[in-house]
Design a protein around this ligand. Structure first.
Ligand code: SF4
Length: 376
């Protein structure tokens, strides 16, 4: 079982009186959290099982999300990632939520790829501010036919990794060979969100398919790069779609190492400009359910955090979130104030999660073993 390589500890060894909890609560969240803690991560979730967890009474769901979180992670550690848009706007895709699509009139101006000096400078600042992961985003459909830009990005990856930071990219769809090159350059993780359920997806994007998204995740995984994939809530989807998204992620052959949970930040000019803002309770349901069904993943409280107060964010951390984006902006939309984040960390007793390269080495070794057994 994969979870032997983490800090995940079998529950029985630690707390034989787990059944005590059951006498007060037998919600699906309680039952499945106990099972997750006892048996470790699993990939055979049924959609109904996830729905039952998601529909559990909120306080129970939150409590059991917190319980799984504490067995799978150091609950005080929160990963701080800085996301920089290295190539903004002018994107050919039609993602309905995105101000960078050239199809919508949002006032975002198309820019060229940022220079190496500017990117490295931003990475240094992020590191000084306590970030351990630097993520570079480019508003592209894919990287095919962008050889010069792609080679430049490989250089950025190498240099930032040499600074002792984890490096992540989000550059659109990726071919197999490009994933291999990014891995060689030292890329830690690749972000490619599924956004929503397979069923609701065509309401949000028509220019690339759900299967193309999954294919990119497969290329990333095969190259030995950590997978970062999650979604956005508040797109007008039903709860069933949120469950569908979590079900797809939780039944991938390996769970993503990072699962960003975004709340839509509606931008004027996009087709979703009038969407009703997501409520904190919806975020808590998503985060706690993600935590129970993908216990080892870094669950990232991502876009939309800026709208949540400190007590609201506290509930998100309690229910299982352990990663945030820091920095002034999230690509083109505003993010939380740096000083406010510092105060929040101090107030809640949170500490920044150090970068982890050891896990990558284990993944590499596992991939190697799998490849070797496959070719035998
Ligand atoms: S989300 Fe990415 S792919 Fe979609 S329009 Fe925005 S930049 Fe382009």
């Amino acid at each position: 079982m994969m979870w032997v390589r983490s800090t995940f500890r079998p529950f029985q060894q630690l707390r034989p009186s787990v059944s005590l909890f059951r006498s007060y609560s037998s919600s699906a969240a309680a039952v499945q959290a106990e099972r997750t803690i006892k048996d470790g991560p699993r990939n055979d979730w049924s959609r109904q099982e996830i729905k039952d967890i998601y529909d559990s009474p909120l306080l129970d769901l939150l409590f059991h999300g917190a319980q799984v979180h504490r067995y799978a992670h150091n609950f005080r550690e929160v990963q701080q990632c800085t996301l920089l848009s290295i190539k903004t706007g002018g994107c050919s895709e039609d993602c309905s939520y995105c101000p960078q699509s050239s199809r919508y009139n949002t006032g975002v101006k198309a820019q060229r790829l940022m220079t190496k000096e500017a990117v490295i400078e931003a990475a240094k600042k992020a590191k000084e501010a306590g970030s351990t992961r630097f993520c570079m985003g480019a508003a592209w459909r894919d990287t095919v036919g962008r050889k010069t830009n792609f080679n430049q990005i490989l250089e950025y990856v190498k240099e930032i990794r040499d600074m002792g930071m984890e490096v992540c990219c989000t550059l659109g769809m990726l071919e197999k060979q490009q994933a291999v090159e990014l891995k060689k350059a030292g890329l830690t993780a690749y972000n490619h969100n599924l956004d929503t359920s397979r069923e609701y997806y065509p309401n949000i994007i028509t220019t690339r398919s759900y299967d193309e998204r999954l294919e990119t995740l497969e290329h990333v995984r095969e190259a030995g790069i950590n997978v970062c994939s999650g979604g956005i809530i508040g797109l007008g989807e039903a709860e069933e779609d949120r469950i569908g998204l979590l079900h797809t992620l939780a039944t991938l052959p390996s769970h993503p190492e990072s699962v960003p949970i975004n709340a839509l930040v509606s931008v004027k000019g996009t087709p979703l400009q009038d969407q009703k803002p997501v409520e904190i309770w919806e975020m808590i349901r998503m985060i706690a359910t993600a935590r129970i069904v993908m216990p080892k993943a870094m669950v990232r409280l991502s876009a939309g955090r800026v709208r949540f107060s400190m007590p609201e964010q506290t509930l998100c951390f309690l229910s299982g979130a352990n990663s945030i984006f820091t920095g002034e902006k999230l690509l083109t939309t505003p993010n939380n104030d740096f000083d406010a984040d510092q105060i929040m960390f101090k107030m809640l007793g949170l500490i920044p999660k150090p970068p982890s390269f050891a896990e990558e080495q284990v993944i590499e070794a596992e991939n190697y073993r799998e490849a070797a057994s496959g070719s035998a």
